[in-house]
Design a protein around this ligand. Sequence first.
Ligand code: 5GP
Ligand code: MG
Ligand code: MG
Length: 183
Amino acid sequence: MEFSDVESDLTDILFTQDEIHAKIAEMARQIEADYAGEKLLLVGVLRGAVMVMADLARELKLPLEMDWMAVSSYGAGTQSSGVVRILKDLDSDLEGRKVLIVEDIIDSGLTLSWLRANLESRGAESVEICALLRKPDAAKVEVDVKYAGFDIPNAFVVGYGLDYAEKYRNLRGIAVLAPHVYA
Ligand code: 5GP
Ligand code: MG
Ligand code: MG
């Protein structure tokens, strides 16, 4: 789906498909340099990270495996509580593995800091994070994102895997959702 297909639902257009692909290629070159000769396990966080995972994995010139987890934050409201529930767990044994968590966006960072600790506790040799987008609030929690794509303003964005009420995930680019959509 293109921006023009849902034009009235969007305010600012942040990144086109081409800009996203260029950024993912840039991150892939760093990952290749850091994991040369290693057997990498990419862990995608469902469902938002599906597009990033698909493009990053194909861009990487490394042998790798892919696995998936689905998590949800407990708590009322729209803010992460930091208490996370596993909805779908990994199939892989993490003992001795080099794990790279692949995420769409890091906001408060609560979900990712919980997830990293959880994966480390399973005996992974290393657990690093790759996130396509990062919001300013991410700075509030100690979470070291080794590979961060774009820093974005504190607005609700959709597209390229990111949803509002399960819609807009299939938008090719990333844009700010117009307030009238959720008002
Ligand atoms: P946090 O880092 O606050 O624990 O939560 C991150 C999660 O909140 C993301 O994985 C994503 O599902 C959701 N999220 C945060 N900001 C946005 C946004 O601007 N748009 C969308 N669609 N989801 C967001
Ligand atoms: Mg996510
Ligand atoms: Mg969502």
